[in-house]
Design a binder for this molecule. Structure first.
Ligand code: 57M
Length: 359
């Protein structure tokens, strides 16, 4: 909105020309959402406590988690509120990609909200059925993926890291690929959100990385220099990624160990879905598996654990899946698990950025 209100005045006040720059608006989108979370965080925690919206903790998990029972959850509402306000304030609202990623963010947040609310209302850790949740996630992802596919000049090729000339064109199958990325990312973040700050740390790192990818893809010169697909208008997603990064830092202020607030499924599904959608629009889909490698590792730890458990009639590869619980049961302190996962996440992001040149 600020872009639309103030940039046109640059002919009168030359300083307002600054509102044209994506870099400037990305920084201020991050600052805006960070401040919104810091200002409203304490109030939100008090409200959730008054409404007794506290985490139910399953008794089959690590015993160290029992003290977390009653921690206010659904902090994802604060994250989404901050992201929506900041995005509307700082992006060019005539950019269709902004509305598509906002649709995924809010739509997946709504799914998570209903899931969280049902868990709290029924006073157990069961929410809406996994099948229902998956169907609605697919419907939202399908709608967005079809709209994306129908955009004039949309490129249905898949970018393969390290290989600049290998660009398989999936045609309409790209729509299914896009749905898989969005739904997969949402559920991978959801699984990872099992320790204080464990999910939001890599989420901040991923969106900070996608600020670069969105800016490069949206800029004719840099996309040509780096030989990556040019997506006209994708640059505005750098501002959106900045808004999410800032909101993530603001949420981390309260989610840092020992957490005063959990994001809930409303947060994890929303942030994961948004990450998948941004990866699709910026044409860095496979690279998400590297940037978001922590989420991939956590998901595969569950797949292998459950698969092996079923194949061997009850044997386990890990002490407990996802992987973060395995290290907890090995005796690592929770903060140690969290910070080491963040370090790996930063390493993976640096590797992913380097692939832009290593091609
Ligand atoms: C999402 N949710 C956390 C919080 C957060 C198939 C199976 C792997 C599914 C998986 C599962 O239930 N995943 C659900 C993970 C939960 O966090 C809430 O959920 C939101 C995110 N969706 O925002 O509201 C618990 O995580 C802890 N937590 C923190 N700090 C945070 O900032 O400490 C969360 C955020 C919270 C809190 O204790 O209650 C979760 O873990 O459920 N199941 C599991 O992950 C379970 N693993 C398991 O069953 N492993 C078995 C299977 C694979 C065969 C095995 O290895 O044998 C673990 N989780 C629980 N209990 N709750 C272990 C058992």
């Amino acid at each position: 909105m600020i872009y639309h209100l103030l940039y046109p005045l640059h002919t009168v006040i030359s300083f307002f020309n600054v509102f044209r720059y994506i870099t400037f608006r990305t920084i201020f989108a991050a600052i805006t959402s960070l401040l919104i979370c810091l200002i409203f965080g304490k109030w939100m925690i008090q409200k959730l406590q008054e409404m007794q919206i506290g985490q139910q903790v399953r008794d089959d998990g690590p015993q160290s988690h029992m003290v977390k029972k009653g921690t206010p959850t659904m902090g994802g509402i604060l994250i989404i509120f901050a992201v929506v306000i900041s995005t509307i304030l700082w992006t060019n609202l005539s950019d269709v990609y902004v509305w598509l990623v906002l649709l995924v963010t809010v739509g997946y947040g709504l799914i998570g909200f209903i899931d969280d609310y049902k868990k709290l209302a029924v006073n157990s850790s069961k929410g809406i059925s996994g099948k229902t949740r998956l169907v609605v996630e697919i419907i939202i992802a399908l709608f967005v993926s079809v709209i994306l596919y129908l955009q004039p000049g949309f490129n249905s090729q898949v970018t393969i890291p390290f290989f600049k000339t290998v660009l398989p064109d999936l045609g309409w199958v790209y729509i299914l690929f896009s749905v898989f990325i969005i739904v997969g990312a949402a559920n991978a973040v959801n699984l990872t959100d099992g320790l204080d700050g464990l999910a939001i740390g890599p989420v901040i790192i991923c969106f900070a990385t996608y600020i670069l990818f969105a800016y490069f893809a949206g800029n004719v010169k840099t996309s040509s220099y780096l030989q990556i697909p040019h997506v006209s208008g994708a640059g505005e997603l750098a501002v959106f990624c900045g808004a999410i990064g800032g909101a993530g830092l603001g949420f981390l202020w309260f989610n840092a160990y020992p957490a005063e607030l959990f994001m809930g499924d409303v947060g994890s599904l929303s942030l994961g879905g948004a990450l998948g959608a941004v990866a699709i629009v910026t044409k860095q889909e496979i690279l998400l598996a590297i940037v978001g490698g922590i989420f991939v590792i956590e998901t595969f730890s569950v797949i292998f654990q459950v698969g092996y458990f079923k194949m061997t009639g009850g044997k386990r590869i890990l002490r407990m899946a996802p992987l973060h619980h395995h290290f907890e049961l090995k005796g690592w302190a929770e903060p140690k698990v969290i910070v080491r996962f963040w370090i790996i996440s930063i390493l993976l992001a640096l590797m992913a950025i380097s692939t832009l040149k290593l091609r």
